[in-house]
Design a protein around this ligand. Structure first.
Ligand SMILES: Cc1ncc(COP(=O)(O)O)c(C=O)c1O
Length: 331
């Protein structure tokens, strides 16, 4: 990163950002891509380009664009959000569920709500990093297309899905108009995302990025970190193995754990804030998500550290049991 060649990305002359954008476009099977500072901005740019004010867009229940972007899809992109039931599996709507919401969308009379965009998410964060396989993805896209909808894929963790399924990332973007990806999550780059699509889309996206204050100078420093992340995509398999290791260990303590498909472990507990506080006390950091405790593995967490996490949770549990026994005896 320190040695990155840099330039002014606002006028599109930062060679390292350009190299990253070309690489991302190729990996995602799209004609062009645009670097953005964050995944939220990448999604907002895509939705702003796709939606007209008052258009309805569909996204799986719990999708990041619905629940974690502060309503920007509505407030800034002008879209009216509609969650799709995830009836095909965790985070995965069936094409029947999509059809139920899109039937007749291409023939909407002028006085009726227009549904114009399907926004998918792979992996699905709030469903615990759940993966949508290529065949299901293709069916969802085909169903949306049948009704004239555009398709955006929030692929913040698309790399994890590709590694888990052992397919190239482009196999999971087939038929989409636009795709957003992140380099700063499990991949570990300090900053950076991208949004990919047609050349015409990226021209519009660049204007939108500028409006949102996302045009930067000397951003090649950041893009170099993103390029390094892409050189090490296969490392994500170790994060997935560590997530399984953590899930198996937590189950031995009778935690109600959702089987991880990638690098996120969701655990149902009786009291989420109290559990998070107890974890923090023993030096284990997790976040609340979807009413559960959410652990994430990434390249800075080793298998030995997972064992250490489990040891500390085990000790904390034993301490709590001893306290409980002492109180019961006294009572
Ligand atoms: C699925 C998904 N999309 C988008 C984002 C937004 O990315 P950022 O935090 O870089 O804005 C996240 C962040 O966790 C995410 O999980």
């Amino acid at each position: 990163m320190a040695e990155a060649e840099v330039g002014d990305n606002v006028i599109d002359v930062d060679p390292t950002i350009r190299a990253l954008e070309e690489r991302v476009a190729e990996l995602l099977g799209k004609p062009a891509a645009l670097w953005t500072p964050s995944g939220t901005m990448a999604n907002l740019i895509a939705l702003s380009v796709h939606l007209r004010r008052g258009d309805r867009f569909l996204a799986p229940r719990g999708a990041h664009v619905l629940t974690n972007e502060l309503g920007s899809a509505a407030w800034l992109a002008g879209g009216m959000p509609e969650p799709i039931e995830t009836d095909a599996g965790p985070g995965r709507p069936s094409s029947t569920a999509v059809r139920r919401l899109t039937a007749g969308a291409s023939k909407t009379p002028y006085y009726a709500l227009r549904t114009t965009l399907l926004c998918l998410e792979n992996t699905h964060n709030a469903a615990g990093g759940a993966v949508t396989p290529p065949d299901e993805h293709a069916q969802l896209v085909a169903t949306a297309r049948d009704s004239g909808l555009a398709v955006h894929l929030d692929g913040a963790r698309l790399w994890n899905a590709a590694v888990a399924l052992d397919v190239p990332p482009a196999a999971l973007t087939v038929g989409t108009d636009t795709v957003s990806v992140c380099f700063s999550k499990g991949l570990g780059a300090p900053v950076g995302s991208a949004v990919a699509g047609s050349i015409a889309f990226v021209e519009q996206a660049r204007r939108m990025r500028q409006m949102l204050g996302g045009g930067v100078r000397q951003g090649g420093i950041l893009a170099a970190g993103c390029l390094h992340a892409l050189d090490n995509l296969d490392d994500l398999a170790a994060d997935h193995a560590n997530a399984e290791r953590l899930a198996d260990g937590l189950r031995e303590f009778d935690w109600d754990v959702v089987q991880p498909e990638t690098n996120i472990v969701l655990a149902g507990v009786a009291d989420v804030p109290a559990t998070l506080a107890a974890l923090r006390d023993v030096g284990v950091l997790a976040l609340p998500m979807a009413g559960k405790v959410r652990f994430v593995t990434h390249r800075d967490v080793t298998a030995a550290e997972i064992d250490e996490v489990l040891r500390r949770i085990g000790e904390e549990r034993a301490r709590r049991e001893r306290r409980h026994e002492a109180t019961t005896v006294r009572a």
